[in-house]
Ligand binder design. Structure first.
Ligand SMILES: NC(=O)c1ccc[n+]([C@@H]2O[C@H](COP(=O)([O-])OP(=O)(O)OC[C@H]3O[C@@H](n4cnc5c(N)ncnc54)[C@H](O)[C@@H]3O)[C@@H](O)[C@H]2O)c1
Ligand SMILES: O=C(O)[C@H](O)CO
Length: 386
């Protein structure tokens, strides 16, 4: 793209120049930047995924910070360009930052922000929605009705999977994985098995307490189990949801061999990153196992699905919308903007990126700190005492 033909400019005479590669929900993020004397330029180009060349054009000769998207390739070229333009502040409008070469950012002294916590429950809710949609064949049944094929109740019409008393498996019991696990345990009385590199102590305590409550009320208590391997989860669980980060250890974590050890009537859900699953192997597995079902929010080669996936009735597919609630997306925009603003203003880094609520209170100015900088230690940034 040559110099973008469509740029929306706010506070044109602002001292600092902040570029956002996409329009983002809400106005608070813009107001917060303007209040601190930033000129805000928002790319409104009708092109969903901007290229490196597009973003170089947006950065121009002087730029103090950029708010970017998870679809963009932030590495050596863009961080050197931003540094040459005088910029040292970048934030993904996302909690995942596998699209960012943090080592390259470190090389040029550029802070890399992300947006944790704000999207935890929203994402977990979509993972639960996909679990139910796949287990109870909602999309198939909807299409059946719309096609005018329903001609009366039948004992075997769209029979699916019961969740109560079954086992839910979580791979990656971090913020979102734990929130999802609680929804499925507390909401559907499922038993939990999880695999993570770290013990999810808080999650275990919640499930234990809920089990005690159920037992005290004469019901079958729910249970939890920390698996010693991912394979143990895949073998035992009836519904499995993937919530790890994407890195070299989780690339194709689910592949032909791991799919083969899963129950033939299991449900697999992915709201993490597409490449966590070998999607070609998944398509073949779905074809060979019609009672195996998936709910996918992310895809290996987004925005494309691997050949054949779109034709499969035992797959529910949605376009990377897990964090798409109004409150969440506005909050992500605010956190991303405050990450960039904080670095420009020389603020310290917030001491606990897992408690960003103070930055989201619209009735009070945000703390003079960076909400979440993933390379704060590498850059030697001071930590806030607030
Ligand atoms: N689909 C969406 O719109 C959407 C929305 C939000 C987040 N995400 C994705 O979800 C990811 C998780 O977000 P989060 O806030 O829960 O992050 P988090 O850091 O709190 O949790 C990630 C968990 O993965 C675990 N993990 C890392 N490597 C692992 C491995 N090899 N095996 C098992 N577990 C492993 C970590 O120990 C951690 O507990 C993000 O990185 C992002 O890619 C997607
Ligand atoms: O990593 C993330 O935050 C999601 O993929 C988008 O919300």
């Amino acid at each position: 793209m040559a110099k973008p033909v469509s740029i929306e400019v706010w506070n044109p005479n602002g001292k600092y120049r902040v570029v956002s590669t996409k329009p983002m929900p809400g106005n608070r993020w813009i107001d917060l930047l303007i209040e601190q004397d930033c000129r805000v330029e928002i790319c409104t180009q009708k092109k969903t995924i901007l290229s490196v060349e597009d973003i170089i054009a947006l950065i121009g000769d002087k730029c103090d910070g950029v708010i970017g998207q998870l679809t963009e390739d932030w590495g050596e070229t863009l961080f050197s360009t931003l540094s040459r333009a005088g910029g040292k502040a970048f934030s993904n409008m996302a909690v995942g930052y596998n699209n960012v070469d943090v080592n390259a950012a470190n090389k040029y002294g550029v802070a890399v922000g992300n947006t944790p916590v704000i999207l935890t429950e929203t994402t977990a809710e979509l993972a639960a929605s996909l679990s139910l949609s796949a287990a109870r064949r909602i999309v198939e049944a909807d299409e059946f009705m719309r096609a005018g094929l329903y001609d009366g109740w039948l004992p075997n019409l769209f029979v699916g999977n019961l969740l109560k008393g079954q086992t839910v498996g979580v791979i990656g019991a971090g913020r979102i994985g734990s929130a999802y696990a609680r929804m499925m345990v507390e909401g559907f009385k499922m038993n939990l098995i999880y695999y993570d590199l770290y013990q999810a102590t808080r999650l275990e305590k919640f499930v234990t307490a809920y089990g005690q409550f159920l037992k005290a009320n004469g019901e079958q208590p729910v249970t939890w189990k920390r698996a010693s391997s991912m394979e143990e989860v895949l073998r035992e669980a009836d519904v499995i949801s993937l919530h790890p980060i994407l890195d070299k250890t989780t690339y194709h974590l689910v592949n032909k061999d791991s799919l083969a050890i899963m129950k033939k009537e299991a449900v697999l859900v992915n709201c993490s990153r597409g490449p966590v699953i070998d999607e070609v192997a998944l398509v073949e597995h779905l074809k060979q196992n019609p009672m195996f079902r998936v709910g996918l929010d992310v895809f290996e080669d987004e925005p494309y699905m691997k050949p054949g996936l779109a034709d499969l009735k035992n797959a529910v597919v949605v376009p990377h919308i897990a964090s798409a609630s109004k409150w969440t997306r506005e909050g992500m925009a605010t956190l991303a903007a405050l990450n960039v603003l904080g670095k420009i203003k020389g603020y310290p880094v917030w001491s606990n990126p897992n408690q960003v609520e103070p930055f989201l209170n619209e009735n009070a100015p945000p703390p003079a700190a960076n909400p979440s900088i993933v390379n704060a230690k590498a850059l030697g940034l001071p930590v806030s005492r607030l």
